[in-house]
Design a protein around this ligand. Structure first.
Ligand SMILES: Nc1nc2c(ncn2[C@@H]2O[C@H](COP(=O)(O)OP(=O)(O)OP(=O)(O)O)[C@@H](O)[C@H]2O)c(=O)[nH]1
Ligand SMILES: [Mg+2]
Length: 450
């Protein structure tokens, strides 16, 4: 493949001033390059300290370099990694020198793409590398590590093995149309189809959790004006992010901040207070609150405990359940009004956003709710992404259609054709099908040098 005949080079660390910067090259010329620049090819995976001189003998920097021999390297090819001082000017000079010696600039994700093409990892593992780089929380990191170590790949292989077993069984009878499948085979195939569907649905059920891990749990702070919503946001964020004032209706437009709570990442959203008789501008703010509530995963309902308890608009209340809401009685430093419990089922807690009391209890409750969003597949923490979800939904449709046809005793050819469709969609997840488009789309999302 001519694509792999090139030796590619790129900066592997962000552009900017730092202690060190890493430039790397990968491809058939890596070994010759190492010898040409450093006058030796040391044993693989052994760091060496040396001067880096350009082709004119001009010193660029003293560097640490490591040579990696294919096929046991990250990309599966011979590679060279050079750690220089973290001055973007130095890193650029080294990169330019490598290009001058015959390397080509790497495209975004090209190192990982080569790792995939050289069979060093499947597509789900390549994606896990991207998840690893972008993980914002401990849990997201754990899921990325598990995927990188093949949790999703193993599950998919399991499903693919069952599917191929059924296909083999059915296709054996296609060549003999006069023969019916024996009753015991029909029962077995039916049970295996159910198992496949259950496995597919189980993976699909992790899709939303995957989104929460990658984007953060969308947590919306709601309540009546002046309840202390912005004060709570500021407490949780740890700085004065939102305007706070004794005047009701301070927050008009919603604002969002990411925070880490225990092992979770939250997209915390402060909203306009729900005033039952708002002015025009306030009304617009409230509409935005309701809009935000539509896609919210978690609600913090802030109530001013020194005032009579308000009720929530029905549109909002309809989205809130004991499984996604914490009722936060705020201003407990003030004498309490007589307010009955809002809902026996909602977890409740008391805080003073002004003085910072009760925040640990609130955090614990939020973490508990966030924990309950996690979906496990066996012992593995699997959280599929949008691409996997799309392929699995298509596979599920094929399997459902196959099952319906099989039960209705429709020609085996049609059942087999649906099953082959499902196999193709399953194959998309590992990338073990020939589809350039998927590859280009996926790896173009990586950064240069990865
Ligand atoms: N005593 C006391 N006052 C508080 C507490 N929390 C907030 N306040 C005060 O209540 C007032 C309103 O606080 P905000 O945080 O602006 O309330 P909000 O819910 O964001 O209000 P809107 O944006 O208008 O909907 C301010 O004067 C805060 O200082 C609390 O725990 N105790
Ligand atoms: Mg506010």
């Amino acid at each position: 493949m001519s694509f792999l005949a090139d030796t590619i080079a790129a900066l592997a660390t962000p552009v900017g001033t730092s202690a060190i910067a890493v430039v790397r090259a990968s491809g058939p010329q890596a070994s010759a390059l190492t010898r040409a620049i450093f006058r030796e090819t040391p044993p693989p995976r052994t760091a060496r300290h040396a001067d880096y001189r350009d082709t004119h003998g001009q010193l660029i920097d003293d560097v640490l370099f490591t040579y990696f021999a294919g096929p046991g390297s990250f990309t599966g090819e011979d590679s060279l990694e050079i750690s220089c001082h973290g001055n973007p000017f130095i890193a650029q000079k080294i990169l330019e020198d490598l290009l001058g010696r015959g390397c080509r600039p790497a495209e975004g994700g090209e190192f990982s793409k080569r790792a995939f093409l050289n069979g060093r990892m499947d597509l789900s593992q390549a994606e896990a590398i991207m998840d690893l780089i972008h993980a914002r929380s401990e849990r997201a990191l754990a899921a990325a590590h598990q995927q990188l170590r093949g949790s999703l790949e193993r599950k998919m292989n399991e499903l693919i093995a069952i599917l191929i077993g059924i296909l083999a069984n059915i296709e054996a009878y296609i060549d003999f149309p006069d023969e019916d499948l024996p009753a015991e085979d029909r029962e077995l195939i039916s049970a295996q189809l159910d198992k496949l569907l259950a496995g597919t649905r189980q993976l699909l059920a992790t899709s939303h959790y995957g989104e929460l891990l990658r984007e953060g749990i969308k947590t919306i702070i709601v309540g009546e004006p002046n309840a202390g919503k912005s004060s709570l946001l500021n407490r949780l964020v740890g700085r004065d992010r939102a305007l706070v004032s004794s005047e009701p209706g301070t927050t008009r437009d919603y604002l969002e901040e990411r925070i880490i709570l225990g092992p979770h990442c939250l997209r915390l959203i402060d909203t306009a207070g729900l005033n039952p008789s708002p002015g025009t501008l306030e009304k617009q703010g409230i509409d935005k609150t309701l809009e935000q509530a539509e896609g919210a995963d978690l609600f913090l309902w802030v109530i001013d405990s020194s005032r009579p308890t308000p009720t929530l608009p029905a549109a909002l209340a309809g989205r809130m359940t004991a499984g996604n809401t914490v009722v936060v009685y705020n201003k407990v430093d003030l004498p309490p009004a007589v307010c009955p419990s809002q809902n026996q089922n909602f977890p409740e807690t008391k805080i003073s956003a002004l003085h910072g009391d009760g925040l640990e209890g609130l955090s614990r409750m939020v973490i508990n709710l966030a924990e309950s969003f996690q979906v496990k597949v066996g012992d593995d923490l699997i959280a599929i992404n949008a691409r996997h979800s799309h392929a699995l939904q298509e596979a599920r449709l094929c399997l459902e259609s196959a099952k319906a046809k099989f039960c209705a005793n429709i020609y085996s050819e049609l059942v087999a054709s649906d099953l082959r469709g499902a196999l193709d969609f399953f194959g998309q997840i590992s990338g073990k099908i020939d589809n350039e488009k998927i590859l280009d789309l996926l790896f173009s999302k990586f950064c240069i040098g990865k």
